[in-house]
Design a protein around this ligand. Structure first.
Ligand SMILES: Cc1cc2nc3c(=O)[nH]c(=O)nc-3n(C[C@H](O)[C@H](O)[C@H](O)COP(=O)(O)O)c2cc1C
Length: 305
């Protein structure tokens, strides 16, 4: 059987496989690593951390939909100081590179969190410009100038690779992606959850306490794939991590062929925390079927009619 090499890279950042566990779906990574075979992942992203503790939204804050789910957690987290206290002693002993994820209300707050994540020993920092559950409404990634400001400030604060995580609802996603790349982002994560809403007809109430929340799972895949496809064609120089609706190895292949160099899986971990071993087995099978021996050779190979 032909050998398949799964290693890939995001610029200078090497990954042993293209599969990454998405932020908010594997906790602080270390506790999930006690039950999952994390050696199958290239990296895992810890839950987003903010400058001060955030209480998050009241229940109900997760709800299933016919396909996928809604969440409105509101980035509940203990704040970066506490985060660092728990994570720092555990990062080097966890068998997968851990990325941090920064969230804040302004550029200085993002930089402060990123600096602390860097000191704690994470391998890369994701900048969450796309959380749909913030009280002040507009996401950073809706604006090229606000996104640019945050990425400039984070890039100046840390020496680590910096990724900008954008919303699929971003108007002009290519323009915002270009602003992030110019501001110093080393890679883009496309995408976060899409804005979504659900209600109970019996109660005449929204499914989530916050009303509108983030939609994730298989139904998100074509929406995020569109973002990967368009951004990779418009900005071929910036590495992309696809994210949205990954359940099977073939979903990973679709993102790679559309132009991503790595792929995050989120919601699947809530139902199947050990999904990584299966996804990687399926990915190897799909690559053999395609006659591909390396990840690199299939990235961005989608043709035109
Ligand atoms: C319960 C839940 C919590 C999440 N929390 C975060 C978070 O803290 N930071 C973040 O950047 N993304 C967060 N996300 C978004 C995921 O990382 C991912 O981008 C999104 O769910 C799409 O991928 P999926 O369809 O594979 O789940 C969360 C998603 C879910 C379902």
């Amino acid at each position: 059987m032909a050998h398949v090499s799964l290693s890939t890279s995001l610029g200078d950042l090497g990954l042993r496989t293209p599969l990454i566990a998405a932020s908010g779906t594997v906790g602080g990574v270390w506790e999930w690593a006690e039950i999952a075979d994390v050696s199958r992942y290239g990296a895992a992203v810890a839950k987003s951390a903010s400058p001060t503790p955030w209480a998050g939204r009241p229940a109900p804050r997760v709800a299933p939909t016919e396909v996928g789910m809604l969440n409105g957690i509101g980035i509940q987290n203990p704040g970066i100081e506490k985060w660092t206290g728990v994570m720092e002693p555990r990062i080097s002993g966890t068998a997968v590179p851990i990325w941090g994820s920064a969230v804040a209300g302004d550029a200085d707050g993002f930089a402060l969190v990123a600096k602390d994540l860097d000191s704690a020993g994470v391998t890369a920092v994701e900048v969450n410009l796309s959380c749909p559950n913030l009280e002040d409404g507009e996401m950073f990634s809706f604006s090229a100038s606000r996104s640019r400001q945050v990425i400039e400030s984070v890039s100046a604060a840390v020496g680590l690779p910096v990724g900008a995580k954008l919303s699929p609802n971003t108007p002009d996603i290519v323009g915002v992606a270009a602003a992030c790349a110019e501001a110093g982002a080393d890679f883009l994560v496309l995408t976060n959850t899409a804005l979504g809403f659900g209600l109970s007809i019996r109660d005449r109430m929204p499914l989530l306490s916050g009303g509108v929340g983030g939609y994730s799972g298989p139904g998100l895949k074509p929406i995020s794939l569109r973002c990967v496809y368009e951004v990779s064609r418009a900005l071929p120089g910036i590495p992309i991590v696809g994210c949205g609706g990954v359940v099977h190895g073939r979903d990973v292949v679709e993102y790679l062929v559309a132009g991503a160099s790595a792929v995050e899986a989120g919601t699947i971990h809530l139902a199947e925390p050990r999904a990584g071993s299966r996804i990687i087995r399926e990915l190897e099978r799909e690559m053999r079927r395609l006659g591909a021996e390396t990840v690199h050779e299939i990235v961005g190979t989608v043709g035109e009619w």
